[in-house]
Design a protein around this ligand. Structure first.
Ligand code: KIV
Length: 272
């Protein structure tokens, strides 16, 4: 590609511009080329190869067993069908425990698999890691709130930030994410008013899952959108296939609902 040719792929800079214009960002997971092609055609802005592949593809009961090789394999498959969406790959549990290890693994996701951004679950030890990735030109999305990789420490998948103390702490951490140089923030399972406050206070795009409609964008696990996840669906999930009749129409309906600001509705949201 010449440096003067038109850049048609979504980038973290175009997502930033969308936030500034008040245009909703649509993110959805995919793990293979066939579904990725459907997401591309429907106009999904960001395709996430989530470590949720552990649950929905591999049948595990948590995201912890997923390896770098697993995420590389699925990211390569998605990359073959991806032309315009930004392709983001999740960093597996313990693949970013030091700056050096994080740099090596994130670089593999970009160089070997074709991702254009990585996502990692944020802890207080993360600023150095995010800053190092950012210095090397690797776009980063930090995942805050409910962190599935910490399930054995937290004792389950609970809504976060429900009391004043933990809500304040989440706001502080969101501001640290931004100061560390992250390009995006993902908030999972937190009360909608708190997510709205965080979205207003940080300049980077905020993507919500179970965090209310005021976030700059939304993400769901594709299998929840298609109503084929094993076990009971979380409150924030919606089966779009039921009302659509085809996989393509279901994904389009999710995209339209997010763009129009009508998903998530109150029934998919935690108020406190
Ligand atoms: O792995 C995943 O699918 C995720 C979602 C919760 C966004 O991180």
């Amino acid at each position: 590609m010449s440096i003067t040719s038109k850049q048609s792929r979504v980038t973290v800079r175009s997502l930033q511009a969308m936030k500034e214009r008040g245009e909703k960002i649509v993110m959805l997971t995919a793990y293979d080329a066939s579904f990725a092609a459907i997401l591309e055609a429907a106009g999904v802005d960001v395709i996430l190869v989530g470590d949720s592949l552990s649950n929905v593809i591999q049948g595990h009961d948590s995201t912890l067993p997923v390896t770098m090789e697993d995420v590389l394999y699925h990211t390569r498959a998605v990359a073959r069908a991806s032309r315009q969406s930004l392709l983001m790959a999740d960093m597996p549990f313990m693949s970013y425990w030091s700056v050096e290890v994080a740099l090596q693994n994130a670089a593999r996701l970009l160089k070997e698999a074709g991702a254009q951004a990585v996502k990692l679950e944020w802890t207080q030890a993360q600023p150095d890691i995010v800053a190092a990735l950012s210095r090397e030109g690797i776009p980063v999305c930090a995942h805050l709130g409910l962190r599935p990789q910490a399930v054995h420490k937290t004792g389950g998948y609970q809504v976060q930030g429900r009391d004043k103390e933990t809500a304040t702490e989440l706001l502080i951490q969101a501001q640290r994410v931004e100061s560390a140089g992250a390009d995006m923030l993902l908030l999972e399972a937190i009360p909608a008013p708190l997510a709205a406050d965080i979205t207003q206070r940080v300049r980077i795009p905020v993507i919500g899952i179970g965090a209310g409609v005021a976030c700059d964008g939304q993400v769901l696990v594709l299998y929840d959108v298609l109503g084929i996840s094993a076990g009971p669906a979380p409150r924030f999930a919606k089966n779009f296939l039921q009302q659509s009749g085809s996989v393509e129409a279901a994904v389009k309906s999710y995209v339209q609902a997010v763009k129009a600001g009508i998903f998530p509705a109150a029934e998919h949201t935690y108020q406190k």
